[in-house]
Design a protein around this ligand. Structure first.
Ligand SMILES: *[C@@H]1O[C@H](CO)[C@@H](O)[C@H](O)[C@H]1NC(C)=O
Ligand SMILES: *[C@@H]1O[C@H](CO)[C@@H](O)[C@H](O)[C@H]1NC(C)=O
Ligand SMILES: *[C@@H]1O[C@H](CO)[C@@H](O)[C@H](O)[C@H]1NC(C)=O
Ligand SMILES: *[C@@H]1O[C@H](CO)[C@@H](O)[C@H](O)[C@H]1NC(C)=O
Length: 410
């Protein structure tokens, strides 16, 4: 079983994976939808704007898009003109302090009122799409999740934009948006729409890239399988884009974003300790104390929940990459599969096909390890760098931009 997993991992890693600069997967697509929505209206100006708030589990960003009102040959070309990061955690963390949501949203919304010309405000759509952080809150407490969305909606409707709604998007939508966005950016739908000039191979325009998205609370994999058969309906998406039909496989793994996966790992590993966890996934010399109740507050740790003889536990880093990897692998259950082929936890996965683009936290981590500037590094190089980095004493490794406990943990 382990061998199979290893060889599949190698197989996967030897694929061409393009690490794409950080971008928000939901946004460009929503802006594209906006192109569709507004195209039939009479147009007083020849430029249109759209505002999208991407509410991730650990933070929210506001993006402003701009596109020519007369779509060139019926194809919208959308450009991002502004990104504004909201100060503070993800919106799900405002469940206990609803009155602060307005203050949280204000600076970036005020910025939007300045960037979008005043004459266009009334016809500029504003959307907010929330992802896995809010999906988890909805599992814990649906009423509270709705209250947060209502408070967000109330705050966003105060501006003189065309507020279109604030909602939690599904994992399938999130997967689809990421896939559409990277293929749009790579010019896979139409050669002309190549924003980033990432130079797709001439002639391979019909081959789309698969999308790998690593968030804080969930992770998505989306690609066009070679064999059209998708054995589980919930993993199948069909859509028509730019005159072509696509059958896409997608899955969103809730609780397998980097922050929630870490929580799962800790909840698994503190079982059977005396309240001191010597953990290979933290640098040697790193120490921190966590409340068991905070760890157990996420639905992601439910299956590891035990009555423990302590309320707090201490993490002591030992910094060992290989041991950490083994510990993380235990979160992937490959013991049973009701389909011809699974990824893990009994989730259907068709044979991998084509090249992949990896973004969000995949990008942030690779960027941190200095792997984004040159040619795609080999897996050996990456492993080597990570082994060295993980064994560095915390004193040496710590710097203000990087903390392993960053994220939704207090
Ligand atoms: C749009 O269509 C016209 C006529 O078919 C063509 O001449 C023009 O090059 C097209 N524009 C682009 C940007 O493809
Ligand atoms: C643990 O919980 C206590 C009481 O709820 C709180 O005061 C403290 O800040 C928490 N500690 C950590 C490390 O989060
Ligand atoms: C893995 O999944 C199987 C089947 O769902 C289950 O019986 C088993 O307990 C799981 N193993 C772990 C380690 O969670
Ligand atoms: C990445 O490069 C910068 C500048 O060259 C260096 O300071 C930093 O230590 C490198 N990071 C890692 C993880 O190697």
């Amino acid at each position: 079983m382990e061998d199979r997993k290893e060889s599949e991992l190698k197989n996967f890693c030897s694929r061409n994976i393009l690490i794409i600069l950080g971008f928000s997967s939901i946004v460009a697509v929503i802006a594209l939808i906006a192109v569709g929505l507004t195209q039939n209206k009479p147009l007083p100006e020849n430029v249109k704007y759209g505002i999208v708030l991407d509410a991730g589990s650990s933070h929210t960003s506001l993006y402003i898009y701009k596109w020519p009102a007369e779509k060139e040959n019926d194809t919208g070309v959308v450009h991002q003109i502004t990104e504004c990061k909201l100060k503070g955690p993800g919106i799900s963390r405002y469940a206990q302090k609803l009155s602060e949501i307005d203050i949280y949203l204000t600076p970036c919304m005020v910025r939007a009122t300045q960037v979008v010309p005043q004459s266009q405000h009334q016809e500029t759509p504003v959307y907010l799409g929330a992802t896995a952080g809010m999906r988890l809150l909805r599992i814990e407490n649906e009423r509270l999740a709705n209250t947060v969305l209502i408070a967000v909606a109330r705050s966003l409707s105060k501006y003189h934009f065309d507020f279109q709604g604030a909602r939690i998007i599904t994992g399938q939508e999130e997967g689809a948006y990421g896939w559409i966005t990277i293929n749009y950016l790579l010019g896979k739908f139409s050669q002309k729409l190549n924003w980033l000039n990432l130079k797709p191979n001439e002639g391979s325009a019909l081959e789309t890239y698969g999308a790998l998205d690593l968030g804080g609370a969930s992770t998505q994999i989306t690609f066009v399988p070679q064999n059209k058969k998708i054995e589980s309906p919930s993993n199948a998406l069909h859509f028509r884009l730019y005159g072509r039909d696509y059958s896409v496989y997608t899955h969103s793994f809730l609780c397998y974003g980097k922050d929630q996966a870490l929580r799962q790992k800790l909840a698994k590993d503190i079982q059977g300790t005396n309240g001191i966890l010597r953990d290979p996934c933290f640098h040697p010399g790193y120490e921190t104390v966590m409340n068991v109740s905070d760890l157990y507050s996420s639905p992601c740790t439910k299956k590891f929940e035990r009555t423990l003889p302590f309320d707090q536990f201490q993490i002591q880093g030992t910094g060992n990459y290989q041991q950490c990897r083994q510990s993380i692998l235990q979160l992937f259950n490959t013991s049973s599969c009701p389909y011809s082929h699974c990824s893990f936890n009994g989730v259907f996965l068709p044979p991998l096909h084509g090249d992949f683009g990896a973004f969000s936290a995949y990008y942030y981590v690779m960027e941190f390890l200095n792997f984004t500037s040159e040619e795609t590094p080999s897996q050996e190089e990456m492993t080597d760098t990570m082994e060295k980095f993980c064994s560095q004493p915390w004193e040496e490794a710590s710097c203000p931009v990087w903390s392993p406990m960053q994220g939704p943990n207090p």
